[in-house]
Design a protein around this ligand. Structure first.
Ligand code: IMP
Ligand code: MG
Length: 177
């Protein structure tokens, strides 16, 4: 049995509804622009899979894996690319699909890195954001939900690789972290 989480911050139904809304917004904004969705592995994998199936404009998918040095619950801002994109993004309209923006350091690095490859545009779509934890300002056009300044797990988000498969998003109990 896995831990029972009693502090659920986003339910399965809430995720489904919000994903549809974001997909509709993206579909309206990207008509005729054939966006390239870049999923940041592994946390954004379910978010990517769900949102892309509701997007109604032609689009492509690609994947990137990055590791941010730091403790299990805090990133350092020093980011290493573990898996780079397959696609050449020059002239493309890129949407980064990310699980959560915490300090903003990881995304700030990623944005700069992708910008250097001369895409037509780069926007960010994040499932969750913790605004009170931000260390660097980061423009995020599409946001699912605001999360409290606590460590959360589920729907792709992990604590030491566990709990990604929860259907909802919950606060990790203090005794587990
Ligand atoms: P940042 O660089 O501090 O913005 O952290 C970004 C990355 O840290 C995210 O992509 C997540 O992989 C991870 N992260 C930050 N906060 C959480 C959390 O509450 N739960 C799970 N992962 C998190
Ligand atoms: Mg991540």
């Amino acid at each position: 049995m896995i831990t029972e989480f009693d502090e659920i911050i986003v339910s399965e139904q809430q995720i489904r509804t919000r994903v549809s809304e974001l997909a509709a917004q993206i579909s309206a904004d990207y008509q005729g622009r054939d966006p390239l969705l870049v999923c940041v592995l592994k946390g954004a994998v379910f978010f990517m899979a769900d949102i892309v199936r509701e997007i109604t404009v032609p689009c492509e998918l690609d994947f990137m894996a990055v590791s941010s040095y730091g403790s299990a619950t805090d990133s350092s801002g020093v980011v290493r690319i573990l898996k780079d994109l397959d696609a050449n993004i020059e002239g493309r309209n890129v949407i980064i699909i990310e699980d959560i923006i915490d300090s903003g350091l990881t995304l700030s690095y990623l944005r700069k890195n992708l910008h250097a490859r001369n895409p037509a545009s780069v926007e960010v779509c994040a499932l969750l954001t913790k605004p009170s934890r931000r260390k660097v300002d980061i423009a995020c056009k599409y946001v699912g939900f605001e999360a409290p300044a606590k460590f959360v797990v589920g729907y792709g988000l992990d604590y030491r690789e566990m709990y990604r498969n929860l259907r909802y998003i919950a606060v990790l109990p203090e005794e587990d972290s």
